[in-house]
Design a protein around this ligand. Structure first.
Ligand code: CMP
Length: 134
């Protein structure tokens, strides 16, 4: 995909053009119809997603967790932790998403510390929301 399109994703915005070009080489843009499950809770994690357009809902069992929109990302928890998907993510409008395979994502995570740090910060925040309230 085109490097310039990655500028709309804050996770990649602070990278140099050269770094973004390297990420873009590993990423694809995909159009998604409304209602599609992009990630299913409990399944094995194969891909990472960032949202270019549209919105998606994050649900865990019967519980609504969050709505994610343009510039946000999901699917990082299963890949980083090598654990089953923590929640389902469902398209609530037509969407355009940026998709990376698990191995491409892990390479970016390893080689670009700015990205890795932001991903871990986001995981921490999201994990806090997943913990059962006692
Ligand atoms: P993963 O566990 O791979 O698959 C489900 C995704 O939903 C998860 O990664 C996160 O990207 C996302 N997610 C989980 N919990 C939250 C939350 N509380 N807020 C926003 N997104 C979340």
């Amino acid at each position: 995909m085109e490097e310039a399109r990655l500028q709309s994703i804050p996770l990649f915005a602070a990278l140099s053009k050269k770094q973004r070009r390297a990420v873009a080489k590993q990423a694809d843009e995909v159009d998604i119809e409304v209602g599609r499950h992009l990630v299913r809770e409990g399944e094995f994690a194969y891909e990472f997603f960032a949202i270019e357009q549209g919105t998606a809902e994050v649900r865990r069992g019967e519980q609504y967790l969050a709505e994610l929109g343009p510039g946000e990302f999901f699917g990082e928890m299963g890949l980083v932790g090598d654990v089953p998907r923590s929640a389902s993510v469902i398209a609530r409008s037509p969407m355009t998403v940026i998709v990376m395979t698990g191995s491409a994502f892990r390479q970016v995570d390893r080689e670009l510390p700015e990205v890795g740090t932001q991903i871990r910060k986001t995981i921490e925040e999201r994990c806090r929301q997943l913990e059962p309230v006692t």
